[in-house]
Write a protein that binds this ligand. Structure first.
Ligand code: HPA
Length: 271
């Protein structure tokens, strides 16, 4: 993606509404309703933004909403692009780069994922401590945009330790069970086989999903502070004697949306 394209998208958004937001939120499957909590909100459909397209997945609305969450300026992306939809990774991460140009410095990425760690339970949240890139491609491949970040960015702390600590403290005060672990990025769109889940567990993964890693790599490249929050919607393939479905994923993610919203609201307040 050319820098010019990122600029054009950002300029279009700024031509509709100005913002002082430094906090960005990416709302995953079934979690997009947080945007209804925003006040003084301006909603911009992805499809209207230059170089964006409409995401095709059910449970993902595809809009950028600029507004205030309890008086704190935020920019929320309700919906995201996934690699499994067939988009090249620079399309997948375009919204993240646009957020940077709009002034975002702290990025909260959320997703729905499957629990590999057998001490975890569906409906719990997990802070991402680190990730495994099991897709083996990287959104930063290609000509580096030097004005965004370095050619060879460090990846030793993609998910900010400080933000994780803040999120853990808030979970304690809100008395919600929030786990911490390693998220493995799987391309999808098929869910994993039981053998693949066994492999991922041996490699150190606690959870598995089809998003987030391209975005966190891109955000980290640009020097953003990233917090990753996963909603564990199901035990991963082969752990229980049941089949996985997107309907179940959406159902469980939606069932925790109140807890999730309260949690994000408090995190944003304390940033
Ligand atoms: N695997 C991959 N992605 C997912 C899962 C899963 O079990 N649950 C929700 N997203």
């Amino acid at each position: 993606m050319e820098y010019q394209h990122i600029m054009e998208a950002a300029q279009y958004i700024l031509s509709i509404v100005k913002t002082n937001a430094t906090i960005g939120l990416v709302l995953g499957s079934g979690l997009g309703s947080l945007t209804t909590k925003l006040t003084e909100a301006t909603s911009i459909p992805f499809a209207s933004i230059p170089h964006f397209t409409t995401p095709s997945v059910q449970g993902h609305r595809g809009e950028l909403v600029i507004g205030k969450l309890n008086n704190v300026d935020v920019i929320a992306l309700s919906g995201r692009y996934h690699f499994y939809e067939g988009y090249p990774l620079d399309q997948v991460v375009l919204p993240i780069r646009v957020l940077k140009l709009l002034g975002v410095q702290t990025l909260i990425l959320s997703n729905a994922c499957g629990a590999i760690n057998e001490t975890f339970r569906p409906g719990q949240l997990m802070l991402i401590r680190d990730h495994l890139n099991m897709v083996g491609i990287n959104p930063l491949i290609g000509k580096n945009i030097d004005s965004l970040g370095p050619r060879f960015p460090d990846a030793s702390e993609i998910y900010s330790k400080k933000l994780r600590q803040l999120a853990k403290d808030i979970a304690f005060f809100q008395e919600i069970s929030v786990k911490e672990g390693v998220y493995a990025w799987w391309s999808g769109p098929s869910y994993e086989t039981p053998a693949e889940i066994k492999m991922l567990r041996i490699l150190g993964a606690d959870a598995v999903g089809m998003s987030t890693v391209p975005e966190s790599l891109t955000a980290s490249h640009m020097g953003m502070d990233v917090l990753g929050i996963s909603c564990l919607t199901n035990m991963a393939s082969g752990i229980l004697d049941q089949k996985l479905s997107h309907e179940e994923v959406i159902k469980v993610a939606s069932s925790v949306k109140e807890t999730f919203q309260k949690y994000i609201e408090e995190i944003v307040k304390q940033l």
